[in-house]
Design a protein around this ligand. Structure first.
Ligand SMILES: Cc1ncc(C[n+]2csc(CCOP(=O)(O)OP(=O)(O)O)c2C)c(N)n1
Ligand SMILES: [Mg+2]
Length: 343
């Protein structure tokens, strides 16, 4: 992997004091990380607009404001590594390589979607890219990840599995059972709690007996790491260390990314449990995309023109993806009950 020191970009110093990601990843990899963060943000804004226009039915959970944890965690992963995701999983899927055209098609209920339009926002899966699926059951992906990690260990194939979940899931029995088993068997899995401060309208402080979700790692004899989930480099560093540990056969790690969702819990949320000031502070001062852009510029990796070009290319990709989804065929009435559990 090319280090910042060996690239031809102009650094403020010899690079040794740069944050982890800027030392460890090549300029192209950093640019790709920023591109993915834009893609997630614009995908979700596009989904929000499409919902308002009546192109998407049901509800959805947006991860706007949480892009650094999805992208940072996925940076050390290889294509064959796996993830399990959540009800708020669009970012995880895109970070793991999902095609936004097929994601929009799924949201629009079209045959070209990841689940042929039968699943929608909470059921994006792409096993070919190691994405074992988003999941509408809070905590539901955690035991699935442990099962996949057990399979990887038995097959000795070197794969690592990421289990993303929210702070709400850390009070589910499945979380505790899964962490215990993964530790006993030293499985190659990384537990990633995206602590956005709330499970629906209940604050973490009101629902959780410990101050930090990562504090629970000690009960399962694994490292517990707390990171600023809006700082891409900090997230990538924690993920790198945990993934390397898992690949060495030393077992799981619990990472807690402290973050925030800018939007409500779902489309019906009227945000009555959070103050305007709290939301405004995270949106204006702690936006993960702005923070990463600022670092890239400060350290001389990208300039304003390159950022504008990158944003423009994502804009076009999203516009094309929405057109693809609109133009795609709906499922034929004759096979509407195929690929679903009931008929
Ligand atoms: C087992 C289960 N219980 C309750 C729900 C209803 N529910 C959906 S999302 C949610 C909150 C989850 O909070 P968290 O895990 O913090 O994730 P976030 O929404 O904050 O990303 C709840 C209670 C569910 N889907 N599954
Ligand atoms: Mg939460």
């Amino acid at each position: 992997m090319a280090s910042a020191k060996t690239s031809n970009i102009k650094l403020k110093d010899d690079g040794s004091n740069l944050p982890f990601a800027f030392r460890h990843y090549s300029p192209d990899q950093l640019k790709e990380a920023l591109r993915k963060m834009y893609l997630i943000r614009r995908f979700e804004e596009g989904a929000e607009e499409s919902y308002t226009r009546g192109l998407i039915h049901g509800t959805m959970h947006l991860s706007i404001g949480q892009e650094a944890s999805a992208v940072g965690i996925s940076m050390p992963l290889a294509e064959q590594d796996m993830i399990t995701s959540t009800h708020r999983g669009h970012g995880h899927c895109i970070a793991k390589g999902a095609d936004v055209s097929r994601m929009f098609a799924e949201f629009f209920g079209k045959e070209t979607g990841y689940c042929k339009g039968r699943g929608g926002s909470m059921h994006i899966a792409d096993v070919s890219k190691g994405n074992l699926g988003a999941n509408g059951i809070v905590g539901g992906g955690i035991p699935i990840a442990v099962g996949a990690a057990l399979s990887a260990k038995k097959q000795k194939n070197g794969k690592v599995v990421i289990a993303y979940f929210g702070d709400g899931a850390n009070n589910e029995g499945a979380f505790h059972e899964a962490l215990n088993m993964a530790s006993v068997w030293k499985l190659p899995v990384v537990f990633v709690c995206e602590n956005n401060g709330y499970g629906m309208s209940t604050s973490t402080a009101r629902s959780t007996a410990v101050a930090n979700v990562a504090d629970r790692a000690v009960a399962y004899n694994m490292p517990g790491v707390i990171v600023d989930g809006n700082n891409l480099s900090d997230v990538a560093e924690a993920s790198h260390n945990a993934v390397e540990r898992a690949r060495r056969g030393e077992g799981p790690t619990l990472i807690e990314c402290k973050t925030y969702r800018h939007r409500g819990h779902s489309k019906s949320d009227r945000n009555r449990y959070r103050t305007k000031e709290e939301i405004e502070d995270w949106v204006s001062n702690r936006d993960p995309i702005h923070l990463f852009e600022d670092q890239l510029k400060e350290f001389g990796f990208l300039d304003d023109r390159q950022i504008t070009d990158l944003r423009d290319s994502v804009e076009k990709e999203i516009a094309d993806a929405i057109e693809f989804a609109k133009d795609s065929p709906s499922p034929d009435l004759s096979n509407l009950t195929r690929d679903v559990y009931t008929d």
